[in-house]
Design a protein around this ligand. Structure first.
Ligand code: ADP
Length: 673
């Protein structure tokens, strides 16, 4: 079809008019681009619309065939002017009427142009001119490309993209929708969208349609939709109104995204967070205790709950004498009688592998398992036994590889336990095994320590009697000897050694009494100043290497305490002061009252103690390693500390290596009753 019929009229006029341009000037300001070439192709006329389209002004009589800056074919290949539609038309070849080319302007902009060359003949039928109209299709082509792109996007989208009218009737249905809901386009077009809305979610549609009518968008609305096969899928919907050219809402476009994976991931994430929390809480709980009962009960309770089991139990890997039943230790979710009557799980084909193979056993329906029901005499679950169908058993394996026991879970419905449950319980079983190992070690250490205390107590008791009789007989011999008897000196030495032995044994006895909380204290009122003076005098009598300097801030300091035990503390501190200051010759003792307490300090100028050892020296049997040549058992300060604590007091030390130490204690003057 020729686009402008009036041109025919003009062409007829032109045939009769020698000056073609004077006729064409009539078209100067027409909105359609027109130009004319003579029979040689030289442009002889163009109107303003053509000039605007080309973006340049051709030189008439000079530019040939086309006024465009550059010419390209629609597939982007450069086209010589001589191959332009007008040039071809001039050659009289097949008229390329309506051929589309791309014209490039000097500024680089490219336009899609449809060219309509119209040949003009003279009366002898000679071709005299070509009058060409140019139709700009650029916008149309852009629109088409956009349309095609949008269609491709919609078709290739994984999301379901559908549209419906305001009555909820489907008007378009992409491939994504076909894949997601299982309905083909032809099955859905013209059908109500309710087809894919589950009955329980129909109010969704009313809400959505009312929003659309109010020109509102619905964004990321999470709901469920029905597939052709009848399954429900979680979707996130974004729905927007569709308007016609006049802005009237005529329907809605709907993008549905399948969020099953996201939901699954969310569920997993939540499950993981819960598992972590369970493990964390349980870890804390079981690391805080060395009590096996508590550890096992906590583990069984927490795991039974987290995996949704009906029953959970821990069985020790210990079989009874008759080689029949494992030892049930803890139980969760059921009374213990459920196992005791009619009986514990035996050494059966189902139960035994947990201990033997050290592997997790998870069974969806144990009653269908081939190992089930093989054992005499019951061949299956006895009447009254917990109705276990889903079964999960996780061994608890010690560091050395021995199976300590197993965690067993049951549920009366099939398929309850998942791989995640298995993993969670396995992780907890590792923690439990460590806690149980530690508890066992602790128990062993405790028992050993108890045995040691028992031995010390018994040994010191046994030693006490012969030492007492030895000392008695030596004193008897001593009294029978003449003063100038040579043997008298030996007896004196023997008596001194026996006294040392007796003191050591007494200290040991005190330790075992203190440990058992059986050191009796006998409180009386006495003067601490007086006692200290007495003890120091006596001590000085047997110690010649050091001078004990006494200083008192008052003449008397009456306290209510166990006189003998306080004396024991003073002697201990004095002995240490002398023993650990071999190069010094002075020890200072000082007593004073401070607030409501009595303070006694013993200061020496000896070897001192390193800072990092200070916290240990009051512990039982602790001795500084590099002093092994000094005699002692490492119990003196321990006894002092215990005695002072029993008086509601404190004992302190300040020391500097190579300078000396000061030990002091304070005790309340009166004991609160
Ligand atoms: P023992 O003297 O029998 O070793 P003690 O319990 O009395 O046991 O003392 C514990 C440790 O404290 C000693 O082995 C010694 O290393 C250190 N100690 C105690 N008193 C002094 C002191 N006055 N000077 C330096 N070290 C001391």
């Amino acid at each position: 079809m020729r686009p402008f019929n009036h041109l025919h009229y003009f062409s007829n006029q032109l045939d009769k008019t020698p000056d073609i341009t004077s006729v064409l000037h009539f078209m100067d300001h027409l909105p359609i681009a027109i130009y004319a070439c003579d029979s040689s192709g030289y442009i002889i006329y163009f109107n303003t619309a053509a000039e605007k389209l080309w973006g340049r002004t051709p030189v008439t009589g000079q530019d040939q065939w086309c006024g465009s800056f550059k010419l390209l074919s629609t597939n982007g290949v450069p086209l010589a002017s001589a191959d332009s539609p007008v040039a071809i038309a001039l050659k009289g070849e097949i008229s390329p009427d309506g051929e589309e080319v791309i014209m490039e302007r000097p500024d680089g902009e490219k336009l899609n142009i449809q060219v309509h060359p119209m040949p003009v003949y003279d009366e002898e039928k000679n071709l005299t001119h070509i009058i060409s109209t140019l139709v700009d299709l650029t916008e149309q082509r852009k629109g088409e490309a956009k349309q095609a792109m949008l269609a491709a996007i919609i078709e290739s989208s994984d999301d379901a993209i559908v549209s419906k009218n305001l009555n909820g009737i489907v008007t378009s249905w992409n491939i994504g929708a076909e894949r997601m809901f299982g309905f083909k386009e032809e099955e859905m077009i013209g059908k109500p969208i309710l087809t894919i809305i589950p009955f329980d979610y129909r109010q969704d549609e009313l809400m959505i349609l009312s929003k659309i009518r109010n020109n509102e968008r619905v964004e990321h609305y999470e709901t469920y939709r029905l597939t052709k096969s009848g399954s429900l899928i979680p979707v996130s919907l974004t729905i927007s109104p569709i308007k016609n050219k006049n802005g009237v809402i005529i329907g809605a476009s709907k993008i549905a995204r399948n969020i099953s994976k996201q939901k699954e991931a969310e569920k997993n994430l939540q499950q993981n967070a819960e598992n972590l929390e369970t493990m964390n809480n349980l870890g804390k709980l079981i690391s805080q205790t060395l009590d096996i009962d508590k550890i096992l009960q906590n583990v069984t309770d927490a795991t039974t709950q987290s995996i949704g089991a009906k029953f959970g139990a821990f069985f020790y890997n210990i079989i009874n004498d008759r080689n029949e039943e494992y030892t049930l230790y803890t139980l969760s979710g059921a009374p213990k009688e459920a196992f005791e009557n009619p009986g514990m799980p035996g050494n059966t084909a189902v139960f035994n592998p947990t201990f033997a193979s050290k592997r997790v056993i998870r069974i969806n329906d144990i009653t269908k398992d081939e190992r089930y029901g093989k054992n005499a005499p019951l061949y299956g679950m006895p009447n009254g036994h917990l109705p276990v169908v889903s079964y999960l058993a996780v061994p608890v394996v010690s560091k050395d590889g021995t199976v300590i026991g197993g965690l067993f879970y049951g549920h009366p419905e099939p398929g309850i336990f998942t791989k995640e449950h298995e993993d969670l319980v396995s992780a907890i079983a590792v923690q439990a095994a460590i806690a149980l190992d530690n508890a066992k070690l602790y128990e062993e250490v405790r028992q050993l320590s108890e045995k040691k205390d028992e031995f010390i107590s018994q040994a010191s008791h046994e030693l006490k009697t012969p030492i007492t009789s030895l000392s008695g007989f030596l004193q008897l011999i001593d009294s029978t000897l003449e003063t100038d008897d040579q043997n008298k000196d030996f007896i004196k030495i023997a008596l001194k050694q026996v006294k040392k032995l007796s003191d050591l044994v007494s200290d040991l006895l005190d330790v075992s009494k203190l440990e058992g909380g059986k050191l009796p204290l006998s409180f009386t009122h006495f003067d601490l100043v007086h006692l200290t003076r007495e003890v120091v005098n006596q001590f000085q009598y047997s110690v010649k290497s050091h001078t004990i300097e006494l200083s008192f801030k008052q003449d008397n300091l009456f306290i209510y305490a166990d006189r003998q035990r306080i004396e024991q503390v003073i002697i201990n501190l004095l002995s240490n002061a002398v023993k650990y200051s071999p190069r010094a010759n002075i020890v200072k003792v000082e007593v004073h009252k401070e607030n409501n307490g009595a303070v006694l300090a013993v200061e020496d100028f000896g070897i001192g103690i390193k800072d990092e050892l200070l916290e240990h020296i009051f512990s039982r049997f602790y001795r500084v390693a590099d002093l092994a040549n000094q005699p002692g058992l490492g119990i003196g300060l321990y006894i002092c500390k215990e005695i002072i604590h029993r008086h509601n007091g404190h004992i302190y030390v300040k020391s500097k290596p190579a300078e000396g130490s000061i030990f002091w204690f304070d005790i309340p003057i009166e004991q609160k009753s």
